[in-house]
Structure formats: C-alpha cells, structure tokens
Design a protein around this ligand. Structure first.
Ligand SMILES: Cc1cc2nc3c(=O)[nH]c(=O)nc-3n(C[C@H](O)[C@H](O)[C@H](O)COP(=O)(O)O)c2cc1C
Length: 462
C-alpha cells in the first residue's frame, strides 16, 4: 500500500494519494462534527483509546518504574502509568500473593517478587511485556490481567538482553512477528483490557509509516513512539519533528487510536510544548519522572531531599518494597533546590549510599509512618482520579496553536459545562480538572479479592 518517500522526505504519489484521501475524509468529518473530543464521556470503568488521549504518562522503566514511583506519579498527576518491562516467561510461574495489611499484590518468583502492584493503581496501570512469541505473550498477559488495565508490548528496547531473543527493538525489523503478537493479545484479551505497543522510529520515515499502518491494523488502542531510532542513545536529542506526520497518518486511518509521544519531555508544562510541536495525543515521560515523579504536576516538588526522599522511603517501607530497588530509585531523585543547602543534600546522599536497609535511613526519614503516606496517596487518587488529569484538548489538524499561558490549561475543553473542580488542589497536588467520573470508579481499596490463585513455581527475571 505504501511506497517510498521521495527525495527530501516528501511523500511519494501513491502514499500521498492515500494520505490525502484519508486526510480529506478526516477534515470533512471534523467540520461536520466540530469537537469530537469534547463529546460527553461515556461512564465506563475500564480504559478505552480515549483514555490514552490528552494525558501525560509515566513511561515503562525497568528498576525505576516500580510501585512506589508509580503511586507518587499518580498522586502528582500522571494520567496513566506503565509498569517496567517484564519478559513473558518471567511472570508465567510466579505465585500471586496479597498482603492482607497493605493490599499489595506480589507476583513472586523463587527468590523475589517479580512484579508488585496495588488495587489503587489498577484503573491506571499498563503492564508492559517483553516477548517474541504470541503464545507466551498471551499467557503472560492472562497471568496478570486481573490486576491491570492494559497490556503493552515493548518493541523499542535496544539492549542486547532484549534484542538477542528477538524481543524489544528486534521486533521493529520483524513486523510479521510484532503484529502477530499484538493480534494474538487483542484476540485473547477481554475487551476491557487495552492492548498497546511502544516502538522506536525506524531510520526512514517511509518504513516507519508502513510499520505503523500494520500495527494500527492489529486493533490496538494506543501506540507510543519513542522518537529515537534503535541506534540512537538517550543523550541524542529525540527527533520529535518526525512525529507529526505519523500522528496525522494514524488519524487518517480513522480508527481513533492514540499516538503517544515519548522522548525528552521534562514534565507537565513541557508536555504542552511537546504536544503542540508533534500533534501527539499524549506525552510519556521516563527520565524526567525517574528524577522527580512529581513532574506530572504543574507545581513539581522542589527540594526533593526534604519533600520527596523521606516520603518515598516511608512509603516503600510500608509497602514492604525491596530495599535495593528503593535505594536505587531514591538515588535517582533530583529536583530544583530552593531551601535545601548543599550540605543537607550531601548528607542525605551519603546516608543513602551507606545504608544497608531501611533502618539506615532512620535519621533522614524520621518516624516510620509510611501508612500515612499511603493513605494520603489513596485519598488524592480517589478524590481526583488520574484519568481526569488531562492536557488541553489538542487537534492535530488545526493550525498549530500558539503556546497558551498556564492558567488557560486549567479549563480543558473536556470539562462538561456546569461541573466544578471539587476542591482546589493542595500544595504540590496535581492540577485537576472537574471530574465527571467521580464516584463511578470502583472503591479501589475495598474491592479487591484477597484470595490468591497460585500458579506455583517461579523463574528469574530476564
Ligand atoms: C531506567 C530506564 C529503564 C527503562 N526501561 C524501559 C522498559 O522497561 N520498557 C521500555 O519500553 N522502555 C524503557 N526505557 C525507555 C523509556 O521508557 C523511554 O522510552 C526513554 O527513556 C525515552 O524517554 P525520556 O526521554 O523521557 O527518558 C527505560 C528508560 C530508563 C531511563
């Protein structure tokens, strides 16, 4: 269907006709129905492709995208959160257990928890699979589907441990396999579980569009494009300028699929810049959130050594999170300094590097009241469901908007007339538009089943 791009990246004639045709149809449908994204939201408690639009998401991150980080991201305004990539086989024989006190759900391997989650994050949690086998991918997805809202396929990891087994970025050059995994997942998952994919750019735009067309036709709900090629390193600037054409191409296919930009977005305010520059429906943040999970808020926490580190450690301890992973994540936390002096920050980092367990941080953290941290997060999430943390509605087909001042973001077009923000956000709380779904989402803490099917056995991760 698609053929080569002309010199200078111009669309060739067959591709351009296809494009123009779809583009014209879309333009017509836009004028017939002026604000399709402003239509009243249907009251449903599972994700649809619309939930992947106008959001700012926490990216999948091995080691860093763990439960405490995800909970802080949700508290501070992440619309949806991706878990770290789990290789399909690693979860298959894990034993599911529920902590009767905290509600934490662990998928335990032989020596450690492979994946932990909590029912409070389920409505917003996308579980990412590394796979090169449709059957294994489906089995892995079925293993966890009771605890997540969506399954994402990692098609972008360039690391040899992933690509040598045909997973991650290796799938980009094996589109038949890539699409067969997505097709199998979509066929075998119940409709309330979304299926999505995360890819990197291919070196040529034409090949990227061909791949995107095939992926979109598998029936996925959302496609994340990490705007780097497989050979680019994270320090290379993301080539976001290639995304607009991809977004418009996907829009022209008329399936309503969300295209999510990933690469070099720093936080909530920056997400507006990225969205304007690319036309992407949503934006996904990795390293910015690894450094400061409150980056999803228009007022991200500053002085993180004082404001976030103690809270992170208390929460991790309460959730019985692995100390080694906690230490790693805390070591990544960075933020602007306002009141914290260099000496205080240095003391925290030295204490952290010398600590062999949670107790080593007692002087920094104070009393172990992690339960309060957790309850505060639950309260915030229940009061302001993250699904309603939305970027201003953006139309990829409209003339490029000029940047708006921050307070204009506070009136998203999706807000139904007559509804009000229930309470003003507190200090450091995310910006929260009014919430038409309030009260519709399940009572997330009370609603989960403590009885745990245990498939038995466990294998090591990756
Ligand atoms: C610590 C770390 C772990 C990552 N793990 C994953 C992963 O599990 N799955 C994945 O698709 N990408 C992974 N990535 C890539 C990020 O999701 C993201 O694509 C990349 O960092 C670019 O986004 P950024 O510029 O916002 O950092 C990881 C990145 C980092 C920094």
């Amino acid at each position: 269907m698609l053929s080569g791009l002309g010199a200078g990246g111009a669309l060739p004639i067959p591709l351009r006709s296809l494009w123009n045709c779809r583009f014209a149809m879309l333009r017509r449908s836009h004028s017939a129905s002026p604000a399709p994204r402003a239509t009243k939201r249907v009251r449903i408690d599972h994700l649809t492709s619309e939930d992947f639009k106008n959001g700012v998401f926490l990216a999948p991150m091995v080691r860093s995208g763990v439960l405490p980080t995800r909970l802080f991201a949700l508290k501070h305004g992440a619309t949806l959160v991706w878990g770290p990539e789990m290789v399909d086989k690693a979860i298959l024989h894990a034993e599911r257990a529920v902590d009767p006190v905290t509600g934490v759900i662990s998928y335990n391997g032989k020596t450690r928890a492979m994946f932990t989650t909590h029912p409070i994050e389920k409505p917003y949690l996308i579980y990412q699979i590394g796979s090169s086998d449709p059957d294994l991918a489906v089995q892995a997805a079925k293993t966890v589907m009771q605890d997540v809202s969506g399954i994402d396929l990692n098609c972008g990891c360039p690391k040899p441990f992933s690509t040598h087994a045909g997973m991650g970025a290796a799938l980009l050059t094996n589109p038949d396999l890539l699409c067969s995994i997505l097709t199998a997942l979509r066929r075998e998952m119940p409709p309330e579980i979304t299926v999505s994919a995360k890819i990197r750019l291919l070196p040529s735009q034409e090949d990227t569009l061909k791949l995107v067309e095939r992926i979109v036709n598998t029936g996925i709900s959302a496609l994340t494009v990490h705007c780097r090629t497989r050979s680019m390193r994270d320090k290379d600037p993301a080539v976001v300028e290639r995304l607009r054409e991809i977004v418009m191409f996907v829009e022209s296919m008329g399936k309503g699929i969300a295209v999510i930009e990933n690469g070099d977005c720093l936080g909530w305010e920056d997400a507006h810049r990225v969205q304007s520059a690319t036309g992407a429906h949503s934006v996904m943040i990795a390293r910015g959130a690894e450094s400061n999970p409150s980056c999803f808020s228009p007022t991200p926490l500053k002085d993180v050594e004082r404001t976030l580190v103690p809270a992170y450690i208390r929460l991790a301890r309460y959730l019985d999170h692995n100390w080694g992973l906690t230490k790693f994540c805390v070591a990544q936390l960075k933020g602007q300094h306002m009141d914290v002096k260099k000496a205080e920050a240095t003391l925290m980092r030295q204490t952290l590097s010398q600590s062999k367990d949670f107790h080593g941080m007692s002087e920094i953290v104070g009393t172990w009241t992690g339960k309060e941290e957790f309850e505060d997060i639950v309260k915030t999430i229940e009061a302001y469901p993250p699904r309603e943390h939305r970027l201003v509605v953006f139309d990829a087909f409209a003339p490029q908007p000029t940047p708006s001042p921050p307070d204009e973001y506070e009136q998203p077009e999706t807000t139904p007339p007559g509804t009000q923000n229930p309470e003003p956000p507190g200090s450091g709380a995310p910006f929260l538009p009014s919430n038409p779904l309030r009260g519709v989402l399940p009572a997330m803490l009370s609603g989960h089943d403590a009885v745990t099917p245990t498939p038995g056995g466990g294998v090591a991760l990756m």
